[in-house]
Design a protein around this ligand. Structure first.
Ligand code: GTQ
Length: 343
């Protein structure tokens, strides 16, 4: 391959005059920004155990009152990007959030899109533009860009959930900001029960805002869909369902994609190598996730991330079905024409 010139080969006085004029020679850095064949991701395979996070999160509950935190979150940060960047991958932010009984995480809205995957506890809820979204383990709740949201807790045990945001991307675009709001009036319950296996409310022309018609995806429904799918699908092939916008059939949010995967007892599935980074969070069971040369043993509520084009295998390492929640960067890559898969 062609060898390009380095910065050291240039006279220092020449480099200095360039620098003074805010100019940079491309050729010494050309292969860094356009690496051959595939990207050189900063995103590393990283594994976070819930067993490690939980006590530290509960300790945060003692150390920092909700009034001082606004959102009491420990961020799952990828050292490949630098911990201070608070990103799991180039586009994905992950945080474990704790809400204690009686607490309120006050209303706000922001440009990044967020979802919550509930990890433990009951009787907390998020209100999204007036719709009450109750939280139970495994439920997925959307708070898309620009929608008001606040979290409240009527129960008597801590509630913990995993936040997944496209914050790193929106921040990189210098488009990230928040507005504080007033407490919302609950105008109704989340309307997921309207959308039932392809049957939607009538008449079509009255459904004014189809951007985010469904804000809550109960785990019981996703789990049942996976069990049904598993009955008809050949062993060894990924049993996977996507969280979609039921009115358009497309991804439920603009930037990140969300899906759930079931790995049957004794089964080992291999995913295609994708141009999009992915996050795996175990909802139920036990699973060994292989990411290139790494092997992570996921117990319930553990989370790991994989860079683009990684070789990924997921094996059930228990005796019951394993259920994995997946977040990926495919929607934004597809919209920009950047998405690809390799064998
Ligand atoms: O719950 O609204 O983890 O605004 C980071 C930013 C959660 C939230 C996060 C947020 C939220």
């Amino acid at each position: 391959m062609q060898v390009l010139g380095s910065l050291e080969e240039l006279p220092q006085s020449y480099v200095t005059s360039l620098t003074e004029l805010n100019l940079v020679p491309l050729w010494p850095s050309l292969r860094a920004v356009l690496p051959p064949e595939k990207p050189r991701p900063q995103t590393r395979p990283v594994f976070w155990r819930y067993h490690d996070i939980r006590p530290l999160l509960l300790q945060a509950g003692e150390l920092t009152p909700i009034e001082k935190a606004e959102r009491r979150v420990l961020v799952l940060a990828n050292p490949g990007h630098g911990l201070e960047k608070m990103q799991a991958s180039s586009c994905i932010y992950l945080g474990m959030q704790l809400l204690l009984p009686g607490e309120v995480a006050p209303p706000h809205r922001h440009t990044p899109n967020a979802v919550r995957m509930v990890v433990e506890g009951e009787d907390a809820y998020t209100t999204v533009n007036g719709e009450k979204c109750p939280m139970a383990k495994g439920d997925l709740i959307l708070t898309p860009t620009g929608l008001w949201h606040e979290h409240r807790h009527d129960g008597d045990q801590p509630v913990i959930w995993l936040d997944v945001l496209d914050l790193p991307l929106v921040y990189y675009m210098e488009a990230s900001f928040v507005e504080e709001g007033r407490d919302q009036e609950v105008t109704g319950l989340a309307r997921e029960q309207l959308y039932h296996r392809g049957i939607a409310p009538t008449p079509l022309f009255q459904r004014s805002d189809a951007r985010y018609p469904m804000l809550r995806y109960p785990w019981a429904d996703a789990r049942a869909a996976l069990l049904q799918q598993a009955q008809v699908q050949a062993p060894g092939s990924a049993v996977q369902v996507s969280y979609i916008n039921p009115e358009t059939g497309g991804h439920c949010q603009n930037m990140l994609g969300f899906s759930a995967l079931m790995v049957r007892a004794g089964e080992n599935v291999r995913l295609p190598r994708r141009s999009a980074a992915q996050v795996f969070h175990l909802i139920e069971g036990a699973a060994r996730v292989g990411i290139d040369s790494n092997r992570f043993e996921l117990a319930e509520s553990d989370t790991c991330c994989a860079p683009c084009f990684a070789e990924i295998t997921i094996s059930n390492s228990g005796s019951e079905p394993a259920f994995v929640f997946i977040a990926d960067e495919a929607p934004v890559q597809q919209k920009l024409g950047l998405y690809s898969e390799r064998a």
